[in-house]
Design a protein. Sequence first.
Length: 265
Amino acid sequence: MPAERPLRVADASVIVHPDAESASKDAADRIERIVADAVAARGKAVLGMATGATPEKVYGLLAARVAAGALSLRDATTYNLDEYYPIQPLDPLSYRSYMHRHLFGRVDLAANRAHILDGTVPEHAAAEHAAQFDRWIEADGGLDLQLLGIGRNGHIGFNEPSDLPVDEFAALPTRLVDLHPITVADAVREFGSPEAVIPRALTMGVRAILAARSIIMLATGAKKAPIVAQALKGPITAAVPASVLRTVADRVVWILDEPAAADLG
Ligand code: GLP
């Protein structure tokens, strides 16, 4: 099996693994180190979590390490990137349910330290709820880590492609958004049909994501190859949200498998 290969694409640090297993293990190892370093430095680790199919293996590895006594999330606090809106937490399609299945229900993280945007807030209160989420992250001292996946349209969290100037896009707060047609099409996998997809969501803003002290972008599979290449080699533009990660390149690592890296050249 070929070994992982480090790449420099423009200013970005990119690590290409032979397969998704090895990429996921790398991500889990880094998360474990970030937790240990943050807990040693200030008694807690503040982790931004992602959903989607991509991080499932990472959560499986972290849960296995906690079960084996090799890792503890006792001193961790988590903030998830996003949640559909409106949705009930017990709905199996909510990201609250996803996190419970893949991580929270399997590790020693305290339930009252796991924050997810609330898909049940009344619409008139959504903006204040979102602003409060940003204030909580700040009050917690900011994110030690943000784990990210990438949508096929380049979205991070549910920060969808936009025609804003980069500096305005980078300053976007946590807020209620409409999902992009490509995001809706991809969500049919979970929801069953285009009509069943919940077309709005609450998402952590680009500002909070870019402020994380460490960012892991994990992308696996051939379907992600074109957008990964655009984000890393094309212009830095809000039209490709993940390209904006290059404005904080020294804090970001892109962990890819060979299929996702196929268009990097
Ligand atoms: C969803 C999530 C994103 C995630 C993306 C990719 O839209 N809100 O945070 O990165 O999908 O998902 P997947 O890993 O399933 O390709």
